[in-house]
Ligand binder design. Structure first.
Ligand code: XIL
Length: 373
């Protein structure tokens, strides 16, 4: 397959134009990942920050490869209501406007990141008098945010990361202290009413990694409860970060345990979205070719397993360019070597990881949902 060359991307970027008008000397770009994905009934896209919109080389790649976007931080409560008396939709609107202008779909992430570390400080410090007082804040907030982007946003991560990874228990916050754990059910019901055409997901980072068994069990327990109570949930968002085990540690035994988890999710009748794929290389030795090879090989193995599930309908990358990846700061390397967790390097050149995604998409069975209608 022809490579999507660095020269082509730089040409597109420097002239701030689309790839269609890249100079005749440049090799034609590879088949877009969104095209390979759509042929199988899979959506392909990436997270984006509003600040990235100013990088034309990156936007040329996004337009070429992606069918959908998700806001990296702009739909989170800490962006929209950083202080109790402020509402800030400008960066989320800028991403929506870019998506509309370029014919991209959009996922929503997230109505409630129910984890004290990621809730606005003022909300952590609030003591609600009772459950109704907490609902009187949370309900209208969901109405405003989900309603503002309805029906454009096709799917919302209603709740993010409410299961404690160490214990599998549900996290406590100022909201759960007032409402109990029914805060979760409440958000799903409210989101369904505010965005009736969007699929609704619970999103978390449980994974195949060795330390993740309690997390997986806790998530299954939460999902079973939501199902039993007829809470309107359509999908599990599997973030698909791999942060603690390295890409060469995806052993057959871990793959078996991971399949058991996925089987249980599918058995509940839920769709699966892969919402935040990237590959952390914190502990891999520094050589670029070595890291790229392990990362690409893991990417293919992981996606082959995931695409074997007909329930998997979406693959979102958590960013497409290494230099912008959140992983440069999260669990940093001890040397000063740049991490290589995404499909394109910091000079906008595609890496073997991109070819691994392309190969997994090309080899994926078509989703049965394509035959409906
Ligand atoms: C991360 C963003 O990438 C960072 O820019 C921000 O500082 C913290 O959040 N799981 C999630 C995402 O659900 O929202 C996180 O995004 C990455 C881990």
């Amino acid at each position: 397959m022809t490579q999507f060359t660095r020269r082509a991307v730089l040409a597109a970027g420097s002239a701030a134009i689309g790839l269609a008008s890249v100079s005749a000397r440049a090799a034609p770009p590879a088949t877009p990942l969104k095209t390979l994905a759509a042929a199988k009934g899979i959506g392909f896209g990436t997270a984006l920050s509003a600040s990235h919109l100013a990088d034309p080389a990156y936007m040329a790649i996004v337009r070429h490869e992606c069918a959908s976007l998700v806001a990296e931080n702009e739909h989170k409560m800490y962006t929209i209501i950083p202080t109790a008396d402020q509402e800030n939709y400008a960066p989320a609107d800028a991403l929506r406007d870019f998506a509309v202008a370029n014919g991209l779909r959009m996922r929503g992430h997230t109505l409630l990141w129910h984890h004290p570390r990621w809730m606005p400080a003022w909300l952590n410090e609030t003591t609600f008098t009772d459950g109704r007082a907490a609902e009187a804040f949370l309900g209208p907030y969901i109405d405003r945010v989900a309603g503002r982007y309805a029906p454009f946003i096709y799917s919302w991560d209603v709740i993010n990361e409410t299961v404690d990874d160490a214990t599998g228990a549900l996290r406590e916050t100022s909201l759960s202290r007032a409402m109990g754990h029914s805060v979760i059910d409440f958000c799903f019901h409210r989101a369904r009413a505010a965005a009736p055409t969007a699929t609704l997901a619970y999103n978390d980072y449980m994974s195949w990694e060795s330390g993740s068994a309690a997390h997986r069990r806790g998530v299954l327990k939460l999902l079973e409860g939501l199902r039993a109570r007829n809470v309107p949930i359509d999908a599990l968002g599997i973030q698909s970060h791999s942060n603690y085990d390295m890409p060469d540690e995806f052993t057959p035994a871990k793959q078996r345990a991971w399949r058991e988890f996925c089987d249980a999710v599918v058995g509940m009748g839920l769709k699966i979205y892969l919402t935040e794929f990237d590959v952390n290389d914190t502990r891999l030795s520094a050589g670029k070719r070595h890291r790229d090879r392990l990362i690409a090989s893991y990417t293919k193995d992981y996606l082959d397993i995931m695409f074997s599930y007909d329930a998997v309908e979406d693959l979102m990358m958590w960013g497409m360019i290494d230099k912008y990846s959140w992983l440069q700061d999260f669990l940093p390397r001890t040397d000063d070597v740049e991490k290589r967790p995404t499909l394109y390097d910091s000079n906008y050149a595609p890496k073997p990881m991109r070819e691994a995604v392309a190969a997994a998409l090309a080899g994926a069975p078509a989703r049965s949902s394509m035959q409906v209608g």
